[in-house]
Design a protein around this ligand. Structure first.
Ligand SMILES: [Zn+2]
Length: 248
């Protein structure tokens, strides 16, 4: 089916409507949905997308005052050097994501997929767990950069990955630091960190994400892709090499 590019009179609104109609036709014919979502998916829920240094510092002004960018904080070395700062950032995000209600768009996608034979599969670089919270089948969500709701040992004394449910962060937002004790590894007692792929992060444990990917491998249902993936390069060009937790 050819994609309509523009109407004869060049009306951009009508061209957009034509594209929406075209997308609707494809969705109507689909056996299932693969939803590819990046940071843009969370914006309508009120989540920051960290787009550019200004966007990041608008969300975390204390880090801006300290001259720290996203790549400085979303970095395992920061957990080793200044755990109260690293956990101030991730603790705030953990609490924010726990408290956030997914916006209506999640429900719309579920409604579309409900009558499709293959249902919906989610591929996301988001670490916020919002798809599961919105009611998507956890068995069909592949979080390629991990999730903030799970922890691992900072020094990887073990390859265990465990839920962060028992950790309730108390963050001093004005100073951007964690006030209470950070979570620890149950095996060695050392510092725990989110099971999220950060910048320059060879010690991220991918087993949970890999299991999600394998779980979805044999499922069918290919229709349309949604969301607005935010590439690491949107945050900083160096991120392209590093790979990373890149979003809200
Ligand atoms: Zn450990």
């Amino acid at each position: 089916m050819p994609t309509p590019k523009a109407t004869p009179d060049g009306n951009p609104d009508e061209a957009l409507r034509a594209r929406v109609r075209h997308a609707a036709e494809i969705i109507n014919q689909a056996d299932g949905l693969i939803i590819a979502a990046g940071a843009g998916m969370g914006v309508d829920s009120g989540l920051p997308d960290f787009r550019g240094p200004e966007g990041f510092w608008r969300a975390y002004p204390a880090l801006g005052r300290a001259g720290l960018g996203f790549m400085d904080v979303a970095n395992p070395r920061t957990f080793g050097r200044t755990p109260e700062l690293a956990w101030g950032f991730y603790g705030h995000r953990l609490a924010l994501y726990r408290a956030t209600q997914p916006h209506a768009g999640f429900g719309i996608l579920q409604r579309w997929a409900k009558d499709m034979n293959a249902g919906a599969t989610v591929f996301t670089s988001n670490v916020d767990g919002q798809f599961q919270k919105a009611g998507f089948d956890p068995e069909r969500v592949y979080e390629c950069h991990g999730a903030i709701h799970h922890l691992q040992c900072l020094s990887t004394c073990t390859e265990a990955i465990w839920p962060a449910d028992d950790f309730v962060p108390d963050v001093d937002e004005a100073r951007g630091v964690l006030r209470n004790a950070p979570p620890t590894c149950p095996h060695c007692g050392g510092l725990a960190r989110p099971n999220i792929l950060m910048f320059g992060d060879p010690l991220w444990l991918p087993a949970r994400s890999e299991a999600q990917a394998i779980g979805d491998r044999d499922r069918g249902g290919y229709g349309c892709a949604f969301g607005a993936p935010l590439q690491p390069a949107d945050v900083d060009p160096r991120g392209r090499e590093a790979g990373a937790d890149q979003c809200g």
